[in-house]
Ligand binder design. Sequence first.
Ligand SMILES: C[S@@+](CC[C@H](N)C(=O)[O-])C[C@H]1O[C@@H](n2cnc3c(N)ncnc32)[C@H](O)[C@@H]1O
Length: 307
Amino acid sequence: MSQEAQYLDAVCYHSAPGFLQHLTAELPDAYRIDGELLTVMGSERPAYWVRNVWKKPFTLEFDSIKDAANALRAMQRNWAPYPVKLARRCTLIAEALPKLPSKPKPFPFALPDAPMGAFTLLDEHTLMASAVCASPWPNGELNFAEDKEGPPSRAYRKLWEALQSAGTMPGPGQSCVDAGACPGGWTWVLAGLGASVSAIDRSPLDESVMAMPGVRFIKHNAFTLKPQDLGPVDWLFSDVICYPPALYDWVSLWLESGMARNFVCTIKMQGKDWDRATTQRFASIPGSRVVHLWHNKHELTWMLIRD
Ligand SMILES: C[S@@+](CC[C@H](N)C(=O)[O-])C[C@H]1O[C@@H](n2cnc3c(N)ncnc32)[C@H](O)[C@@H]1O
């Protein structure tokens, strides 16, 4: 038999893989830490270095694996296990629950309707879980069906994820700037969607991408090109490796000029630390957000989507 769920006045933040240190810097007052899961008392706070947020955590006492699975199943279908303590027992509970969809996703795809919960074990007879989570993917993990032939780099998956989460994307008749485009993964995505792309880099793109219809390559330092040099665009992309303030200054020029409607830019962190001040400046641009995508490494993605 399982007991009633006991809801906590807390939120659980599941750190982006390998970035627990960054997350603990953001949320230094964790009440408990289970693996890479931080439980923090009070209502939800902004945090960038997360793969998922458990928005309404509860604890639940249970007798057997079957009781635990039945109690979760009674709430909803989908539960992702996060095994930390008693990992084997946690996995057995997951195995007694309906199977999670595991097929890699094509791009683009329709978002699932069914909510995705998450759970972990605190001890042999107590689980902590949340039916309501920020990410629709199990523990925030999104796997695309990869294209191993077309794109010249694997960075295209990051852009796929950003566009998927934006819920809109460039298409025929739309124009894009892709700054820091070499070898051409992002340009390959954008041209493949039928948009025209001004791809800027100091190094040339892969020849196959250069030859795609709608691609114009500009060999230049992107940051010395002003909005007026490139003209109005529907989308501005940047994956330039640079110090975050350099990107912020360039993006500010575009915002002030009103010459770009939508933005997707990678904020690349230099060294082991992260530039919190510049990240906050990006995040405070009205209507925009900063996220750590599943496909981001030591970087965050800033998005301003107006379409
Ligand atoms: C991470 S790579 C981009 C990968 C690319 N998005 C893709 O999908 O293949 C970063 C690129 O930024 C370029 N870069 C660095 N500083 C730059 C600058 N000031 N202007 C233009 N490109 C720059 C580098 O040459 C490098 O090709």
